[in-house]
Ligand binder design. Structure first.
Ligand SMILES: NC(=O)c1ccc[n+]([C@@H]2O[C@H](COP(=O)([O-])OP(=O)(O)OC[C@H]3O[C@@H](n4cnc5c(N)ncnc54)[C@H](O)[C@@H]3O)[C@@H](O)[C@H]2O)c1
Length: 333
């Protein structure tokens, strides 16, 4: 019994040594609440700082009763983000409005762009060296907006800003395992590109399954537009929250593991040629894409991506897929 307690104490002590402080901005929302719950379970989290314009105290009080080591901090109210961000190592951002049926992610741009820009300002001032994980849609545009705001403050570090595209990987693993009748926990589908419709590129040729042309077409379509299934089923009550919370916490957990030098990191939506930087040497591979600004316009388009840093062979199907989308240039095969 004593030795079991001693072992547990030593595990806790080593987790505490490598603990990171994590902030969730938009913590009272449909994604923010369940994702905060999942992050609270990680022994790699020292402090969990929750921020939202409304309702954070209740969420924080509730979460703080869970018997895991992370200490919960609450900040509420428009304009108060900086107070939530001091001392943070990782900032996860699901703040912003979700889609309703008939909307694309781009339809969220006007509202979410200003929310993300204001939160980026706060991050630039309060925790410029943190890692920033952007969930707010449209990810293909909110990541560049976040980057430009950090650049304005002279604190942009391309290896620390990521759009969270993990939900596309999570969906791909699920749909492919269902199709193959395989164990989902042993199914690993790489998905690269951005996070909107045809910019989502599942690399089915690389996952070890045998697919005929019809299956490739159907699975690719479902992975690209899986979010629409949820938006339609929720019938006006929002978009994916629980699966996104799972995906966001999973990705954050992998990053925390990497900070503690114990885990791999997978694909994310990144700007510019990504240096491994803080991601360390633990990556199977890192995929980055570049979003280019439309000349003279504040908006960002989803074309003109480069894909690089892929020290793995990409199969013919993926190559054709990339070329069909006009993403040939800059691809290293
Ligand atoms: N990356 C992905 O794969 C993915 C998947 C699903 C949803 N999303 C996106 O995530 C975002 C959140 O979705 P949701 O379902 O949780 O929405 P939600 O409306 O349930 O929650 C959003 C939360 O953000 C808060 N908020 C708004 N403005 C804020 C600000 N300035 N500062 C701090 N908090 C603020 C709101 O008060 C709310 O609690 C949406 O943009 C949605 O499109 C992304």
């Amino acid at each position: 019994m004593f030795s079991r307690l001693a072992t547990r104490a030593s595990v806790n002590a080593s987790a505490a040594r490598s603990a990171s402080n994590v902030a969730v901005l938009g913590a009272a929302g449909g994604i923010g609440q369940p994702m905060s719950l999942l992050i609270k379970q990680s022994p790699l989290v020292g402090e969990l700082s929750l921020y939202d314009v409304v309702n954070t105290p209740g969420v924080a009080a509730d979460l703080s009763h869970c018997c895991t080591p992370a200490k919960v901090r609450s900040t509420v109210g428009a304009g108060n983000a900086e107070a939530a961000l001091a001392g943070m190592d990782v900032v996860v951002i699901p703040a912003g409005v979700p889609r309703k049926p008939g909307m694309t992610r781009d339809d969220l741009f006007n509202t979410n762009a200003s929310i993300v820009a204001s939160l980026a300002e706060a991050c630039a001032k309060a925790c410029p060296n943190a890692m920033f994980l952007i969930i707010s849609n449209p990810v293909n545009s909110t990541v560049p907006i976040f980057a430009e705001t950090l650049k304005k403050h002279g604190v942009y570090n391309k290896s620390k800003l990521m759009g969270v595209t993990t939900l596309d990987v999570v969906r791909a693993n699920t749909f492919v395992a269902e199709h193959l009748g395989a164990d989902v926990s042993a199914t690993k589908v790489d998905v690269i590109g951005g996070h909107a419709g045809t910019t989502i590129l599942p690399l089915l040729s690389q996952c070890g399954g045998a697919f005929d042309d019809d299956a490739i077409a159907a699975l690719t379509q479902r992975i690209m537009f899986g979010g629409d299934e949820v938006v339609k089923a929720k019938d006006g009550a929002g978009s994916a929250t629980l699966s996104m919370a799972y995906a966001g916490a999973h990705f954050a957990g992998q990053l925390l593991g990497t900070r503690a030098a114990i885990g791999p990191v997978r694909a994310a939506y990144c700007l510019d040629a990504i240096g491994l930087g803080d991601l360390g040497d633990h990556c199977d591979f890192v995929v980055g894409v570049v979003g280019k600004a439309v000349d003279g316009d504040d908006h960002w388009n989803a074309k003109g991506f480069h894909i690089f840093d892929m020290p793995r062979q990409i199969g013919t199907a993926a190559t054709q897929c990339l070329q069909a989308l006009g993403i040939g240039a800059g691809v290293h095969l």
